[in-house]
Design a protein around this ligand. Structure first.
Ligand SMILES: *Cc1c(COP(=O)(O)O)cnc(C)c1O
Length: 371
């Protein structure tokens, strides 16, 4: 009988995402969290994730580009959608139509948003980004100075929020964290006569775990919601919402001394049983993981062997009791069997890249276990 499910899918447990959101809420005792769902919620699917978090009480969502915000606005009743990259001239209509809150990252964006405020005929809300050490987005020192000297540059704009972003939050001992926090406070004090005292936001996932001094009025967790450890080097408090499930295509017995896969890279010493599953590097399962990953089948951990092909991967199921692995048997990769962080370590990257790599290349299937 044909399976109703795809042969290989990214399974996203929305219950685990909600549970991670609640754990973060507990860690910051009453301070609200804005869920960062940029890049399609790091590959997990922004609409599904935001819908689940919205039902769990999340009132602010953060995206990178206005197009993402526009889609979200039509799909969930979120009171507030923040757009990190801010507006360009050609985006203004999108911001207006979908009531998106732009982050203004430069004096140019402030000037652009003022023209929008002029057209709207009333004050236009925005968020302001001040740089405290990333040198990526946000007002530079010279621009802060300019605003102090010429407060009318923001006429017509009401600032609902001021943000900055930490460069080293995943390294709690790094003096950069405290330096950025002090600089944030100093800039807020200097700008108060110009922009008033809007709500303040500094912490990403790891920043939240630096302690209450970093929480301010709103935090912006992203990756921890999706299972990446915000506390590198310590036990991961987050649940793993992402796994890959793939159905076995074929099982074969291989003779002692023969090899499996490209490059004849895996030679078996004794007779082994090999199962082939339909997921490979074209689905974001990097070739560099070949020979290092583990899979779970019939409740047992088994090694991934040989090279990962474009659409296929081979696993050694010899240790699984006879008859328990057949075409159609479900194999699990990634997640509880091998956490996203562990995969990142194997591939020399970070969990963020594992998630975005997998999430965009496999069909997604949503489940919801107890939050
Ligand atoms: C991506 C991003 C976040 C979320 O960071 P995580 O490390 O994923 O929690 C927060 N704030 C800004 C400005 C970002 O760009």
């Amino acid at each position: 009988m044909p399976s109703p499910e795809p042969e290989a899918a990214l399974v996203v447990d929305l219950g685990a995402v909600v549970s991670n959101y609640r754990l973060i809420g507990d860690a910051q005792g009453g301070v609200p969290a804005a869920a960062v769902v940029k890049d399609d919620a790091y590959g997990l699917g922004a609409t599904a994730v935001a819908t689940a978090l919205s039902a769990a009480g999340c009132e602010t969502f953060v995206v990178a580009r206005p197009e993402e915000g526009a889609v979200l606005r039509t799909q969930i009743a979120a009171p507030r959608i923040i757009v990190l990259n801010g507006p360009r001239q050609q985006d203004l209509a999108l911001f207006r139509e979908h009531r998106l809150l732009p982050v203004l990252n430069s004096l140019d964006q402030i000037a652009l948003w003022r023209t929008e405020a002029g057209k709207a005929g009333g004050p236009s809300p925005a968020a302001l980004h001040v740089d405290t050490g990333m040198n990526r987005l946000g007002l530079a020192e010279s621009e802060v100075q300019r605003l102090e000297d010429a407060p009318d540059l923001v006429n017509g704009i009401v600032f609902d929020l001021v943000i900055s972003h930490l460069a080293c939050a995943d390294d709690p001992g790094n003096p950069m964290n405290e330096a950025q926090r002090a600089r944030f406070d100093a800039v807020l004090a200097r700008l108060a006569p110009t922009i008033g005292r809007p709500a303040r936001s500094l912490a990403n996932s790891s920043g939240i775990f630096l302690g209450p001094a970093f929480h301010y009025d709103l935090t912006r967790p992203g990756v921890a919601l999706y299972g990446v450890n915000p506390l590198p080097g310590q036990p991961n408090p987050m649940r793993q919402p992402v796994s890959i499930r793939a159905e076995v295509l074929q099982v074969r017995d291989v003779d002692a001394g023969t090899t499996v896969g490209y490059g004849a890279a895996h030679r078996v010493a004794g007779p082994r049983q090999i199962a082939t599953i339909p997921v490979g590097y074209a689905n974001g399962l990097w070739r560099a993981l070949g020979g290092r990953l583990e899979a779970k089948v019939a409740g047992l951990r088994v090694p991934v062997v040989g090279r990962i092909s474009m659409d296929l991967t081979t696993i050694d199921v010899t240790e699984v009791p006879p008859g328990q692995v057949r075409p159609g048997t479900v194999v699990e990769l990634v997640g509880d069997v091998t956490p996203v962080d562990r995969i990142a370590e194997m591939a020399g990257t970070i969990g963020y890249e594992v998630l975005t790599s997998l999430g965009h290349r496999l069909p997604r299937r949503y489940i919801e276990t107890g939050a």
